[in-house]
Design a protein around this ligand. Structure first.
Ligand code: RP5
Length: 164
């Protein structure tokens, strides 16, 4: 396993099934990540300590994922200058709309790059982290470009099948 450069922080173990999608994408690219549970509300000291030490421990990107009143990504972002990506999760009766608004409505100066709710957001968090890392890694950038070409080919195939 490669040294973690992406930290995936979740509010609870109930977030794990969705956030494993993030880890899976990063693993496909051989990018090391670590999965951590550290709630902004239930374990704020742990969340703060994680964010404060993230850069010195070699992390390049932090992903914060939570449901309900989802302050985790924002709290992490307030305590590190690493880029923070937020994934709102759909555990609440409001299906994650609450978490989406909490993460997206950060005050100016402390941004959280907020993805969509759930599995698509979890996968996009990984892709966004890879794109950040690729600004300084030509090989990774080339692999992301190939991935995009393959995506386009998949759509083309679907179109051909529809027309056949
Ligand atoms: C949030 O509360 C967590 O991120 C999780 O999405 C949600 C529910 O947590 P559990 O009650 O399942 O532990 O802080």
């Amino acid at each position: 396993m490669s040294t973690p450069v992406v930290g995936i922080v979740m509010g609870s173990d109930s977030d794990l099934p969705v956030m494993q999608e993030t880890a899976k994408v990063l693993e496909e690219y051989g990018v090391g990540c670590e999965l951590v549970i550290a709630s902004a509300h239930r374990a704020p000291e742990k969340a703060a300590q994680y964010a404060r030490s993230a850069r010195d421990r070699g992390l390049k990107v932090v992903i914060g994922a939570a449901g309900y009143s989802a302050h985790l990504a924002g709290v992490l972002a307030s305590l590190t200058t690493l880029p923070v990506i937020g994934v709102p999760l759909a555990g609440s009766p409001l299906q994650g709309f609450d978490a989406l608004l909490a993460m997206g409505q950060m005050p100016s100066g402390i941004p959280v790059a907020t993805m969509t709710v759930g599995a698509a957001g979890a996968k996009n968090a990984a892709h966004f982290a890879l794109q950040i890392l690729a600004t300084n890694d030509a090989d990774l950038a080339a692999r992301l470009a190939t991935y995009r070409e393959n995506l386009a080919a998949t759509i083309e195939k679907k179109d051909q099948a529809l027309r056949a």
